[in-house]
Unconditional design. Structure first.
Length: 300
């Protein structure tokens, strides 16, 4: 199982400089990939990744994840291909559906039929990424035409938690990226569902799972910090369903917390569940604990 790192862009006038510095530091520590979220209020992630890839060789990047609703598949393909051209094929394109409060409240779009929308996005996006002409007529999304960008197609992953999205990811993409999903739910639900769909389609897929992590001697303090930082994920229906399925009261239970031995054992449980890549989010506000966490991750 590969181990990589997850983070957020944030705001401020130094967001690009901070991202480049983080990317370089993770490369120097020996991590192979850095995944970053696209949050609604943050700068455009793909633009920042393009600069990071130009400035920092020797490490891959992933989007965890770019929401598809506020952009057309052709515009997304244009940006993704250019980023992958700049990075020499070092981009992994994680896509998702965002959440109803954002889609309807911020963007003024309907959240109806989200799986159908994602399927129609892929109808247009995947041919364009492969350098082919798109001819996708959909009732929600239509994409016609071709692009003139010479670049390798980035692998596409879906943020898939429910069975319909997992089956879609298995049939058509490189795999899934999960969040707030524990080892039992991965082993009994996510992994068999996506791999079963992929097998039926004659394909193979990878399962990427992301969870917060903190190597610490203050377990209670770390769990309280996780409950504070990640409270929203206990309220959003898709993540709430994963927490309930696992038997977790909230995000603090999903966070991997403890000393080196305890954290290593919980990460090993993800490997046993069928995860191909664990994406760690070191969340402690204490720089020494974050460094301690990354040091352990490098040994696993």
């Amino acid at each position: 199982m590969e181990i990589s790192v997850f983070g957020y862009l944030g705001g401020g006038v130094r967001v690009v400089d901070d991202y480049v510095a983080t990317l370089a530091a993770l490369r120097d520590e020996g991590f192979a990939r850095y995944w970053t979220a696209q949050l609604p209020r943050d700068p455009d992630l793909l633009t920042v990744l393009a600069i990071g890839l130009r400035e920092v060789p020797g490490i891959e990047v992933g989007t965890g994840v770019v929401p598809v609703q506020p952009q057309h598949p052709m515009a997304l393909a244009q940006r993704a291909l250019l980023v992958n051209q700049i990075g020499g094929g070092r981009l992994t394109l994680g896509l998702g559906l965002s959440h109803k409060p954002v889609v309807e409240g911020m963007w003024g779009q309907s959240f109806d039929r989200p799986v159908r929308r994602m399927s129609q996005v892929l109808d247009g996006l995947l041919p364009l990424l492969a350098g082919e002409k798109a001819a996708a007529e959909g009732d929600l999304v239509t994409t016609r035409g071709a692009l003139a960008i010479e670049a390798p197609a980035p692998p596409v992953y879906l943020a898939a938690l429910g069975p319909q999205m997992l089956r879609l990811a298995g049939r058509r993409t490189a795999g899934t990226v999960t969040w707030m999903t524990g080892p039992r739910t991965l082993a009994e639900h996510a992994v068999p569902t996506i791999r079963g769909a992929a097998e039926e389609a004659g394909r193979t897929v990878r399962v990427v799972a992301s969870l917060p992590v903190a190597v610490t001697d203050d377990r209670d303090g770390a769990r309280a910090e996780a409950a504070r930082q990640f409270a929203v994920y206990g309220q959003l229906p898709s993540y709430r369903a994963m927490l309930d399925r696992e038997g977790y009261a909230g995000p603090a239970d999903a966070a991997i917390v403890g000393d080196e031995t305890e954290v290593a054992e919980r990460i090993a449980a993800l490997r046993e569940a069928g995860v191909d890549e664990y994406v760690a989010l070191p969340f402690s506000p204490d720089p020494e604990e974050r460094a301690r966490t990354r040091a352990l991750l490098r040994t696993l």
